[in-house]
Design a protein around this ligand. Structure first.
Ligand code: NAP
Length: 276
C-alpha cells in the first residue's frame, strides 16, 4: 500500500509548499474548492516529479469531507494529513470564517480519525491570532459542544461573536476559530492515540502566501515586533510540517507549535499597540 499525504488548502501557499516537501516520500492528494487552482498546482508538482492528484473538497461541508476521507483510504495508507485550508478575516464574514476554520477542523479530524492508523499524523493549522487575540474573548466554555453537537456549537459561537460591533466580527471570528483549532487538536490527542496516531496543531505567524498578501497591511505592522524581521517563507513552515509528521517526531502529539518569528515572544499587547 502506498503512503498517502492529504493536504487541504494544497492548491496554494503553505499547503502547496508542504506538498513539494512531502511529495518526496508520499503520494499527495491536494484539496480545495477551486479546481483550476488545484489542477495548476498538480501540474507544478508533477513537473517536479511528484506523484499527486487533486480532489475538490469544501472542508465546511461534512459530506464533502467524508468523501475525501473514504477516497483517500481507498488510494492507500493515509499516513499524513496536513489540514491547511482556512480563511482569514478579509476573506469572508464571521459566520463563513467560523464554518471553514472551526467546523472544517471538526469535520476533517472526525473523518480522518476513522481512517488513520498506527504511526500516522494529522496537523491542524491554526494561527498566531490564537495567541494575539485577548484570551478573555475566547468562549472556551462553548468549545465542548463541538464534540457532540456541532450545530449547537456554531449557534452559541455566533451568538458570542455577534456581541461585538460588526466591523470587528470577522477578525474576532478568526482569532476565536484558530484558538478553537488548538483546543480541538489537543483534545483529540488521546482519541487518536488509541490507534497509535498523532494529532497536533501548528500556529504560523505572518507568511508570504496569497492569504498573507491579502492581510499584508496588518502583517507589516507586526514585523517590527518580530525577533526575525521579515515574513516567514513557506518552505520554513512546510519543513516544520514535514518534521512533525515524521517518525523522528513520534512522541509529539497534543501540542501546538508556534512558528511566528518571535512575535508573540515580544510580549506585544495587541490592544495597546492597536495593530489589529
Ligand atoms: N499566511 C499567513 O500569514 C497565515 C498566518 C497565520 C495562519 N495562517 C493559516 O495558514 C493556513 C494556510 O494559509 P495560506 O497562508 O497558505 O493561505 P492560502 O494560500 O490562501 O491557502 C488557503 C487555502 O485554503 C483553501 N480553502 C479555503 N477555504 C476552503 C474550504 N472551505 N474548503 C477547502 N479549502 C479551502 C484555499 O483553496 P480554495 O480557494 O481552492 O478553496 C486555499 O488554497 C490557513 O489555515 C491560514 O489561516 C496563514
Amino acid at each position: 500500500m502506498r503512503k498517502i499525504c492529504v493536504i487541504t488548502g494544497g492548491g496554494s501557499g503553505m499547503g502547496l509548499a508542504a506538498a513539494k516537501i512531502m511529495g518526496k516520500s508520499y503520494y499527495i492528494i491536494i484539496c480545495g474548492r477551486n479546481t483550476e487552482k488545484l489542477e495548476a498546482a498538480v501540474n507544478e508538482l508533477k513537473a517536479e516529479g511528484i506523484q499527486a492528484e487533486a480532489y475538490p473538497c469544501d472542508v465546511s461541508d461534512l459530506a464533502s469531507v467524508e468523501k475525501l476521507a473514504s477516497y483517500s483510504k481507498a488510494k492507500g495508507t493515509v499516513a499524513a494529513v496536513i489540514h491547511a485550508a482556512g480563511m482569514s478575516p478579509h476573506m469572508g464574514d464571521a459566520k463563513t470564517i467560523l464554518e471553514v476554520n472551526a467546523l472544517g477542523t471538526i469535520y476533517i479530524n472526525n473523518a480522518f480519525y476513522k481512517v488513520m492508523e498506527e504511526g500516522s499524523c494529522l496537523i491542524d493549522v491554526s494561527s498566531m491570532s490564537a495567541y494575539l487575540t485577548p484570551q478573555m474573548v475566547m468562549p472556551v466554555g462553548i468549545y465542548k459542544y463541538s464534540r457532540n453537537d456541532p450545530e449547537k456549537f456554531m449557534r452559541k459561537m455566533m451568538r458570542r461573536i455577534r456581541f461585538y460591533p460588526e466591523k470587528y466580527q470577522s477578525g474576532i471570528a478568526y482569532g476565536i476559530s484558530k484558538n478553537f483549532v488548538i483546543w480541538y487538536a489537543k483534545q483529540d490527542a488521546a482519541r487518536f492515540g488509541e490507534s497509535g496516531a498523532r494529532v497536533l496543531s501548528v500556529s504560523p505567524g505572518n507568511f508570504d502566501t496569497p492569504m498573507g498578501e491579502i492581510e499584508k497591511e496588518e502583517a507589516s505592522a507586526y514585523v517590527k515586533y518580530c525577533a526575525v524581521k521579515r515574513a516567514g517563507r513557506v518552505e520554513e513552515i512546510a519543513g516544520l510540517f514535514s518534521y512533525c509528521v515524521s517518525e523522528s517526531a513520534g512522541y509529539l502529539t497534543g501540542v501546538d507549535i508556534l512558528c511566528d518569528g518571535g512575535l508573540v515572544a515580544s510580549g506585544i499587547n495587541v490592544l495597546q499597540k492597536k495593530v489589529v
